[in-house]
Each structure stands twice: as C-alpha cells, then as structure tokens.
Design a protein around this ligand. Structure first.
Ligand code: WQD
Length: 340
C-alpha cells in the first residue's frame, strides 16, 4: 500500500519540487500551505507536471486545531516540514514574528504526531547551523555555532526540538536535512523560485537582472580570503535536493533508520565562488549580466561547503546535476515567468 506524505509549505520553492519527486516515486502527497509567501503558481505547476490534481489544504500550521484535523483526515505516514519564514534580514528586524511562526508551527506538527501515536518527521534544516568555520568541508559532526540571525536560530532550535521529541515520544522518528544553497528550477520550467519583492538570494537576483527586472547585480565583497575574493558556497540543484527527501522518507517509512534521529548534509561537496556562478550563468545562457562589486553584506560567512559522504552512504543519494544544467533551468524558469 502506498504511503501518505504531508508536505507543509508544499506550494513553496523547495516544497513544490519535493512534492513532484515524491509523487513520481509513488507516494500519496497531501500539500498544506497558507500562501503567506507564495501564490498558486507552483501548486498549479506541480499538478501540470504530474497530470493530476493533488490534495491541497489551505491552512496555517500555527493553528493547532487545524493541524490536528489534518492528521485526523489523512493517514499520514510522514510529514516534511517546510512551512516557515526564511528571510534572514527580516528575521533580524522582526525576531518575534520568526520565533512565533517557525517554532509554533513545528511544535503543533510534533504535538499532532504524538497525539496520533507517532509519525516520521523530516525537518528542513540548513547549513546556517554551522555558522562561520574554517574546518571545511563541514560534516554532520562539525559543531554548530550560534546563528547570526533569528532565522538561523529557529533552524537550530527546531533541530533540537525534533531530537528531544524523538527521544521522549515513542513512534516519533526524525531526520533533519541540512541544505546548503538550493538553486535552479524544474527542467519543465513549470515550477521554481518565486521571491516576493527584491530577492535576497543570489540566483533569483541574477535571473531577474538578466531579464531586466533589476538594473544591476551587486556582488557583496571582493576582498574575502578566497581564490577570487568572493564568497564560496555549495550550490545544490533543487531537483537533486528534492530527491534527497524521497530517499530520506523512504528510509524512514521502510524502517531502515540506524538511529531514531538522524542528520544529513545535502550539498554537492564542491565550493563555487559568487563570481564563478555569475560567469557560468553568463556562459551557459549566452547572456551578459550588468554587475558590479559592492561592500560585504553583514552576516555573510566567507565560505561553506558540505561533506556529503554520509548522505551518499546512508541515503544512497548524490548530487547528479551539474552547475551548467542547473543555471540553464533557473534561466528557463525566469523566462517562463516573463512569458518568453
Ligand atoms: C550567496 C552568496 C552573498 C545576493 C542564505 C541563508 C541560508 C539559506 C539560503 C534560505 C553570498 C552573495 C547574494 C546578491 C551577492 N536559507 N550575494 N549578491 O546567504 O549563502 O544563504 O540562503 O532560505 O540559510 O542564509 O545565500 O544566495 O543570499 O548568498 O553577492 O545580490 O551570494 O553575499 O556570498 P546565503 P545567498
């Protein structure tokens, strides 16, 4: 019998790609989203890719009663939790909004899981929990550092909440996936990243500059202690990232976990500089970007990339798509949005 996976925040960038991969792997997916940070574009794209309508529950995970009724209505074998605020800068300006939303939604899910006798819970964590470190690449054993933003703190806190819940409540099992920098879009160009307002992240800023929505791309800092003076990141293709979730859910549902709470880095293991990313985008898409150097951005770490060995060994997962392919997909998505 097929398993049912609840995807909170399933209409968002990562959630929509994960939904597609899960459904294509044979899972029954229930999407729930409050559309606070997205519209229905990605949900419609998901249905088009799959050629069928998926159950979509418009709801807020901060409302406990709604979360309980969701767990009553569907036979949920696993939940993947994406429904959270994610703007680093905004979280510094409005910490209470971030702590309330990101913690309460997760507490409600765990409460409902406990109430139902347990559940497999996959939490979308982030490389941000490693903070600034010179010990690179980072493994899952690398120490976590105090986060530089309330957003980052909520990731660390939710990891701990999951770990403690797994320990205390029989039947709850947990996996935290620590994403590096997810970029790109589905090869169909029907789903992708849809930032509201001015993008904070590099790739949407690049594609919006290329399409003419932004006049100039600013590269934050050219004097970092890196080969070309710009920051190094581990850019992971969104479809590859989504597939890691299928592997993790399958591991949980098939009861193949070695511990009841596990953590995996999800990255390529390859550091790429901001300039290298820009140059690659220009080359593979045949476009010229208007960019210039600007001062460093507060809160940026110099370099971070993953040691993804554990995910390879335990999940059988490896990043497969190359940077060229990923950046072509990101551009196709931006053109799709512009109707080109
Ligand atoms: C990457 C590099 C910038 C924009 C953040 C969160 C992380 C995760 C992903 C998501 C940096 C540089 C960027 C621009 C630039 N969370 N840059 N010009 O900061 O590594 O990670 O997003 O929800 O938790 O912290 O990603 O894409 O913002 O930046 O030069 O206009 O690109 O300085 O070196 P980051 P990013």
């Amino acid at each position: 019998m097929s398993k049912t996976v609840l995807v909170s925040g399933g209409a968002g960038f990562i959630g929509s790609h994960v939904t597609v991969e899960l459904a294509q792997a044979g899972y029954d997916v229930v999407i729930a989203d409050n559309f606070s940070n997205c519209d229905e574009t990605n949900y419609r794209g998901v249905c088009k890719i799959l050629g069928k309508e998926l159950p979509m529950v418009p709801m807020d995970f901060c409302e406990k009663a709604s979360v309980y009724s969701l767990f009553e209505k569907y036979p949920i074998d696993a939940v993947i939790h994406f429904a959270a605020f994610k703007a680093v800068g905004e979280s510094v300006a409005e910490p209470l909004k971030y702590y309330r939303n990101n913690l309460l939604s997760f507490l409600n899910i765990l409460d409902a899981a406990k109430h139902n006798g347990g559940c497999n819970v996959l939490f979308s964590s982030s490389a941000t929990v490693y903070g600034e470190t010179e010990d690179l690449p980072v493994t899952e054993q690398s120490p976590r550092q105090p986060a530089k933003s309330p957003y980052g703190n909520t990731k660390t806190m939710c990891e701990d909440i999951l770990r403690d819940s797994v320990q205390a409540y029989p039947g709850i099992k947990g996996i935290a996936l620590r994403y590096f920098n997810p970029i790109g879009a589905h090869p169909s160009a029907l789903i992708g990243e849809l930032p509201r307002g001015v993008p904070n992240n590099l790739v949407p800023f690049i594609t919006q500059t290329a399409i003419g929505k932004r006049a100039c791309l600013y590269v934050f800092g050219n004097d970092y202690p890196t080969p070309d003076g710009t920051c190094l990141r581990d850019f992971i293709d969104i479809v590859d990232l989504a597939k890691a979730h299928v592997s993790a859910v399958t591991r949980m549902c098939a009861e193949r976990m070695k511990e009841e709470y596990e953590i995996f880095n999800i990255g390529t293991g390859r550091p790429v500089s901001v300039l290298e990313l820009i140059n690659t985008f220009e080359r593979v898409n045949g476009v010229k970007l208007n960019w210039k150097f600007a001062p460093r951005r507060a809160g940026d770490v110099v370099s971070i990339w993953a040691d993804p060995t554990l995910a390879g060994k335990e999940l059988g997962w490896h990043a497969e798509r190359g940077l060229d392919e990923t950046l072509k997909a990101a551009w196709e998505w931006e053109k799709h949005l512009a109707g080109i």
